[in-house]
Design a protein around this ligand. Structure first.
Ligand code: FAD
Length: 459
C-alpha cells in the first residue's frame, strides 16, 4: 500500500491544462522528432528512450508477454515491439513518442494498451505490426484511507493527471465505462470495505426443474427489496459429446449466513452436486478460476434483457437450435450465463458519481446474458462465429417479441462485432458527454485513431 501523502504529492504535481502542449522531462516535441528521424521507426525510437523495456520478436520478454494473453486469438497477433513500462513516467514517454511518431510516420505508430489481457477477441489489447504497451509490471494497489476512488491517467499528450470526484470529474466519470478512449490508466485507487468469510459455492440443480429455476430467478431479481448480499451466475451448459444440457450456479451470499432466504427458491430444488460452504474470497475465486482455463480460442457474446422467466426459457430454446452443427468441433465448450442486474445497482452508481454506461437512472431490473464458447482449431472459427451470431440474432428477436429487449451491451462481455453497438447502448446523452470529454483531453484524437483496438467512441 502506498502512503497517503503520495496521492497528495501527485495531485500537486500535475499540469493544470489537460491536452495542452506538454512534454516529459528531457524530451521535447523537437527532440522526439529528431529521435524518430534518426532511428527510423517508432519502435526504434522507443528503444532508444526506454532501453530494455522495449522488446522484439524472439526475445524472452516479448514472447512471454504475447504468450500470456488468456485467449489464443489475442496471442496470434504479432506486434512489432512490446513496451513493458516499469512506472507511469515510462508510459508517459512512450505515449509522447508514439503521438509525435504519428506526425513523423503517419499511420505507422499505432498502439495497443494491455493490462490483464483477458479480453478474448483479437486486437482488443494487442496489435498486429504496431506497439503493444503491456502494463503488467504496473501493479500498484492502493487502499484509500478516506474511501474515495481515483484514476491516475496518462493522457494523449503524455501528461499524467488524477481523475476523481474533484479533479477532472468529467474524465473520472468517463473512465467508468469508457475503456481505452481517454488515456492509459496507470493507477487505480478503489473504494473498499472489509469483507470477512461468507457463504457460497458451486451448485448443480437438476435440469428437469428448469421452469422452476427460471421462475426462481425472476422472483429473486424482481423482488422490490432485492437482497444486496445475494449474487449468482446461472449457467446453462451444453455437453457436446452427449448433446446434454445442465444447469449450474455460482452462488454467493456475502455474509456468513448459510442458505439465506434470498436463495431458498433455488436451494429447495433437487440438487445433483454442490460445494456450498462458508469460506473466504480467495477460496471462492480459485474455485471459479478452475472453470475458466486459458490456452483456447474464445468468444464472448452478450445481451441485456428485462427481467422475464419467459425470456430465459426462450434463450434455452434458441440455444438448443444452434448447437447441432457445433458437435463436429473438437473440444468445444458452450455455455450461456445469466446474471441479475437489479435496478438498485444503477441507483447506487448514480449516488456515487455516476458512470458512462448510461444506466444511471435505470429503474428496471435487468439481466445480463453471456454466451461463452471455447474451441481449439482455427478452421472452426467461421462456424463458431456463425452459430454465435445466429443465437444472438434469434435471442434479440425473441426479446423484442416479448417486449423485454434492452439496448445496453456490457463492454466486458461484448463480441467483436458488437463493439459499435456499445456506443448506441450507452444512450445519446452519455455518448455525447463521452465524445466531449475525449475532445477535451485528447484533442488530436490519438486514442481514437492510433489505438484502434476494443470499444471506440466512433468520433
Ligand atoms: C475467465 C474470465 C472471466 C471473466 N469474468 C468476468 C466477470 O465475472 N465480470 C466481468 O465484468 N468481466 C469478466 N471477464 C471479462 C474481463 O473482466 C474483461 O474483459 C476485462 O476488461 C479484462 O480486463 P483486462 O485487464 O484483462 O483487460 P485487457 O484485455 O488487457 O484490455 C481490455 C481493454 O481495456 C483496455 N485497457 C486495458 N488496460 C487499460 C488501461 N490501463 N488504461 C486504459 N485502457 C486499458 C485495452 O486497450 C482493451 O481495449 C472475464 C474474463 C475472463 C477471461
Amino acid at each position: 500500500m502506498r502512503p497517503s501523502h503520495f496521492l497528495l504529492t501527485s495531485l500537486a504535481m500535475v499540469a493544470a491544462v489537460p491536452g495542452g502542449e506538454w512534454h516529459p522531462p528531457n524530451l521535447t516535441t523537437e527532440s522526439a522528432k529528431d529521435l524518430l528521424l534518426e532511428t527510423g521507426t517508432c519502435c526504434a525510437a522507443l528503444s532508444q528512450a526506454l532501453g530494455a523495456m522495449v522488446s522484439y520478436p524472439g526475445q524472452h520478454s516479448f514472447e512471454s508477454s504475447v504468450a500470456s494473453y488468456w485467449s489464443v486469438l489475442e496471442r496470434e497477433l504479432s506486434p512489432s515491439c512490446v513496451v513493458t513500462p516499469n512506472e507511469k513516467s515510462d508510459v508517459s514517454r512512450a505515449v509522447f513518442i508514439l503521438r509525435i511518431g504519428d506526425e513523423v510516420f503517419p499511420g505507422q505508430c499505432n498502439f495497443a494498451v494491455r493490462s490483464g489481457g483477458h479480453t478474448p477477441f483479437a486486437g482488443s489489447a494487442n496489435i498486429e505490426s504496431g506497439t503493444t504497451i503491456d502494463l503488467t509490471k504496473l501493479r500498484p494497489i492502493d487502499v484509500s484511507a478516506d474511501r474515495t476512488s481515483n484514476f491516475e491517467v496518462v493522457l494523449a499528450s503524455g501528461e499524467i493527471v488524477n481523475a476523481n470526484a474533484t479533479s477532472h470529474p468529467d474524465l473520472w466519470r468517463a473512465l467508468k465505462g469508457g475503456s481505452n478512449n481517454f488515456g492509459i490508466v496507470t493507477s487505480l485507487t478503489m473504494r473498499t470495505f472489509p469483507q470477512g468469510d461468507f457463504w457460497g459455492g458451486f451448485l448443480v440443480i437438476d435440469i428437469a426443474a428448469i421452469e422452476q429455476q427460471f421462475a426462481a430467478f425472476e422472483a429473486l431479481l424482481g423482488n422490490p427489496d432485492y437482497d444486496p448480499y445475494a449474487s449468482l451466475i446461472f449457467t446453462l451448459f451444453w455437453d457436446a459429446p452427449t448433446d446434454v444440457w445442465a444447469t449450474s450456479y455460482s452462488m454467493h451470499y456475502t455474509k456468513p449466513m448459510e442458505n439465506p432466504p434470498a436463495f431458498r427458491n433455488f436451494t429447495s430444488l433437487p440438487q445433483l452436486y454442490g460445494t456450498m460452504r462458508t469460506s473466504n474470497l480467495t477460496d471462492f475465486a480459485l474455485e471459479l478460476a478452475v472453470t475458466n482455463p486459458s490456452d483456447h480460442r474464445d468468444l464472448f457474446v452478450t445481451a441485456t434483457c428485462r427481467n422475464s422467466a419467459e425470456m430465459m426459457a426462450a434463450i434455452y430454446r434458441i440455444s438448443q437450435t444452434i448447437v447441432a452443427p457445433l458437435r463436429s468441433v473438437p473440444n468445444i465448450k458452450l455455455s450461456i450465463s445469466m446474471q441479475p442486474q437489479p435496478a438498485f445497482l444503477s441507483r447506487k452508481s448514480a449516488s456515487t458519481g455516476g458512470n458512462a454506461f448510461g444506466l444511471n437512472d435505470e429503474d428496471e431490473d435487468l439481466f445480463n446474458v453471456l454466451l461463452t464458447i471455447t474451441w481449439d482449431r482455427a478452421e472452426d472459427d467461421a462456424l463458431v462465429y456463425r452459430q454465435a451470431r445466429s443465437l444472438l440474432d434469434q435471442l434479440e428477436a425473441a426479446a423484442r417479441d416479448l417486449g423485454v429487449d434492452h439496448p445496453y451491451i456490457y463492454l466486458n462481455y461484448a463480441g467483436p462485432w458488437q463493439l459499435d453497438a456499445i456506443v448506441a447502448g450507452y444512450g445519446a446523452e452519455s455518448v455525447e458527454r463521452l465524445r466531449e470529454t475525449s475532445r477535451k483531453y485528447d484533442p488530436r484524437g490519438v486514442f481514437q485513431r492510433q489505438v484502434p483496438g476494443g470499444f471506440k467512441l466512433g468520433i
